[in-house]
Design a protein around this ligand. Structure first.
Ligand code: SF4
Length: 445
């Protein structure tokens, strides 16, 4: 069995190298100045790879200018071009960047044509020393795969294995693979299945691990930590992204924590744990609430996800921002964290489930404030899955199993979806959340 290493610029991914924390710009790529400024901040804050969306051919020149400005400033962080559908754009940008992220299945509806275009891209990447990430998302598997294997974690792994097989045929090994989902159960099962398949086949490609559309705030952080840590603790995952619907710089403390923890550079602030009748009682002395949240998610997320325990009680304390000691139980934070953790591990749902993309250069509106408003007005709708997505091009396809979708159209308008069907289009942003609520509560249509 061969354990493979990918290289994006000077950054080595996989093969026992340290876990690489990465993130993605949410600026418009055509706004070269804003994207450069954001890349500068992200590099300073420890992003070891920075992804930039490349919506179409005109953006290839923007990426070229962004990269050359960064290099002239002495910033060497490798740039990853994010491509959604256009193989032409992928071919044009591949020689300029250090890595290209694509889902080859989206290159064309006809599978044979998609394969042909993928082989073309491989040849260009081979010649220019560019790495490829084969990125497959649960929400957008495509007909070819779902017809063959269904819409399951195993189907995601099988789809990835087909594309990796083509890389092997082309003798192109500078490849990373990802199988993201916003559902932690699906995501962990998919990567485990892929890992088994790669070992059986004999070539273990590096993996990029993340929970996609994790949302924001504590719940986005907890969901990300549960999914990513479950895999990192099993040795699956070589580069990670924590996707939050927040400014991308906010993703990095969580990503760096996870990388450091599973590179064995830091340990949990948990001081004791006992187990009785499948219920754990854990004591923490944490330097901050943020650390407590991440430690608890990593210590117990996988055990809950894998049904090893059924419940958890948190004891001990943490330091607040002023350095005061706060009791975890008395402050109510213990019960709150357990509720959130149960929801993230999909064991008990105590509030609606939110799916929200992090936003990127394709985002059509202020997704961060839209998500905050949707959450504030729908918090009573337990057992409902609501997606808030940044663009109409990819948002609807990526909403996975959401009951309702709130999708930015651009120009101050929003589309509202019931499942995969748009039920209201061109709704002014100012009234869209109220219209969504009316629909969910059955007061209109
Ligand atoms: S759904 Fe969100 S993250 Fe995905 S391409 Fe659209 S705006 Fe970007």
């Amino acid at each position: 069995m061969e354990i493979l290493t990918a290289r994006a610029g000077d950054v080595l991914i996989g093969g026992g190298n340290p876990i690489v924390a990465q993130t993605m710009c949410d600026t418009h790529t055509s706004d070269v100045e804003a994207t450069v400024a954001q890349c500068r901040i992200l590099a300073e804050e420890g992003a070891r790879l920075i992804r930039i969306t490349v919506p179409g051919l005109p953006d290839v020149d923007h990426v070229k200018r962004i990269k050359s400005t960064l290099r002239a400033d002495g910033i060497q962080t490798p740039i990853v071009a994010d491509i959604h559908f256009s193989s032409q754009t992928a071919l044009a940008v591949a020689p300029i960047v250090e890595k290209v992220r694509i889902n080859p299945g989206n290159f064309h509806k006809d599978h044979a044509e998609a394969v042909k275009r993928f082989r073309e891209l491989i040849r260009v990447c081979k010649d220019s020393g560019t790495a490829i990430r084969v990125g497959i998302n649960h929400g957008s598997l495509g007909e070819y795969i779902t017809n063959l294997y269904g819409n399951t974690p195993e189907a995601m792994a099988k789809a990835a294995m087909e594309w990796l097989g083509i890389c092997l045929e082309e003798e192109f090994l500078n490849v990373v693979v990802s199988l993201k989902s916003s559902n932690t159960r699906v995501m962990v099962d998919a990567y485990r299945s892929l890992s088994r398949a790669m070992r059986e086949e004999g070539h273990v490609f590096p993996t990029h691990v993340g929970v996609t559309e994790a949302g924001n705030g504590d719940s986005g952080r907890i969901k990300s930590c549960v999914g990513i840590s479950s895999l990192l603790s099993e040795g699956i995952g070589d580069t990670i992204r924590v996707s939050l619907t927040e400014p991308p710089v906010a993703e990095l403390p969580v990503a760096k924590y996870l990388a450091a923890r599973y590179d064995r550079k830091i340990v949990s602030s948990m001081t004791s744990v006992s187990l009785k009748d499948r219920k754990a009682v854990a004591t923490y002395h944490s330097p901050s609430f943020e650390t407590l949240l991440m430690d608890v998610s990593c210590d117990f997320g996988k055990r809950l996800l894998d049904n090893e325990i059924d419940d958890l009680t948190l004891e001990g304390d943490y330091l607040d921002e002023s350095g005061n000691t706060v009791s975890i139980a008395e402050s109510g934070k213990g019960a709150y964290l357990v509720d959130e953790l149960m929801q993230a591990a999909r064991r008990r749902f105590y509030r609606p489930e939110y799916i929200a993309c992090p936003g990127c250069g394709r985002t059509m509106y202020n997704i961060q404030s839209a998500l905050a408003e949707v959450k504030a007005k729908t918090s009573h709708l337990k057992d409902t899955v609501i997606a808030v997505m940044g663009c109409v091009v990819n948002g609807p396809g990526e909403m996975a199993d959401a009951d309702w979708g709130y999708v930015g159209e651009g120009g101050g308008k929003v589309s509202i979806y019931k499942g995969k069907t748009p039920v209201l289009k061109h709704v002014p942003e100012t009234e869209a959340v109220d219209r969504l609520l009316e629909l969910i509560e059955g007061k209109s249509i």
